[in-house]
Write a protein that binds this ligand. Structure first.
Ligand SMILES: NC(=O)c1ccc[n+]([C@@H]2O[C@H](COP(=O)([O-])OP(=O)(O)OC[C@H]3O[C@@H](n4cnc5c(N)ncnc54)[C@H](OP(=O)(O)O)[C@@H]3O)[C@@H](O)[C@H]2O)c1
Length: 209
């Protein structure tokens, strides 16, 4: 592997499964020091074990995006362990197939799932960006052309008019808005902020889109 991310400290939320776990494995293979994160310690430690067996550097730090203290703690513990944060991959989400049929049409909308999706995909993401940005600004040295970065994972489905997805799409669409706003505010301070608007990816998980 080309080591394009050699020594970069990369926090990847939602890396206990699916796209986040694949990103964690790839980042580690490219030389990054990876913080694997999510609520499930069992699945997170499994990803860390795989990375270490392959010669990579990773730790698991639990975080629930529904709890601001937990989000703040993730960033503080990542900085305490690795000394800084160079990259944040904001990937964790309450996904399209979470809740099964409850995550379907507007007429079947389930309020508990609605609250969980807003809490994770909107409020929790904003908390994550709020608490990570000071560390990312500190890691960047624009005068030396050294940048840090945020990549937030959105979904291309928000632009397609797919039926029966009101909860998921209306809580994922704000990702692009947040990214534009933060890129305008923090780009000049050396933090690149972008969104990967993913299409359908088959994973082991529950996320259909
Ligand atoms: N797969 C697709 O087709 C597709 C398409 C477009 C966009 N996306 C986006 O890609 C990202 C990953 O999706 P995926 O398909 O890989 O789904 P996934 O396997 O279900 O992964 C979701 C991740 O988010 C974490 N998570 C969920 N709620 C959380 C919370 N409250 N606090 C902290 N972590 C939480 C989960 O970890 P724990 O359970 O351990 O907390 C899990 O690691 C999502 O942002 C999704 O919207 C996926």
């Amino acid at each position: 592997m080309s080591q394009r991310l050699a020594d970069k400290v990369s926090v990847i939320t939602g890396s206990t499964s699916g796209l986040g776990a694949a990103t964690a494995r790839r980042f580690a293979a490219e030389g990054a020091r990876v913080v694997v994160s999510g609520r499930s310690a069992e699945r997170g430690e499994k990803v860390v074990d795989e990375i270490r067996k392959g010669g990579g550097d990773a730790i698991f730090l639990a975080c629930d995006l529904g709890d601001e203290a937990s989000v703040k703690g993730l960033i503080e513990r990542a900085v305490a362990h690795y000394g800084r944060i160079d990259n944040l991959i904001a990937n964790a989400a309450a996904t399209a197939t979470m809740g099964g049929e409850k995550n379907a049409g507007i007429l079947e909308m389930d309020n508990a799932l609605l609250e969980q999706s807003i809490s994770t995909n909107v409020r929790g993401l904003l908390w994550l960006l709020k608490h990570a940005l000071p560390a990312l600004v500190a890691a960047a040295k624009p005068a030396e052309r050294k940048t840090s970065s945020i990549v937030a994972i959105g979904t291309s489905g928000t632009r397609n008019g797919t039926p029966r997805m009101p909860i998921y799409f209306s809580t994922k669409a704000p990702v692009e808005v947040m990214v534009r706003s933060l890129a305008a505010e923090f780009g000049g301070r050396g933090v690149r902020v972008n969104c990967v608007s993913a299409g359908l990816v088959e994973t082991d998980s529950r996320c259909g889109r």
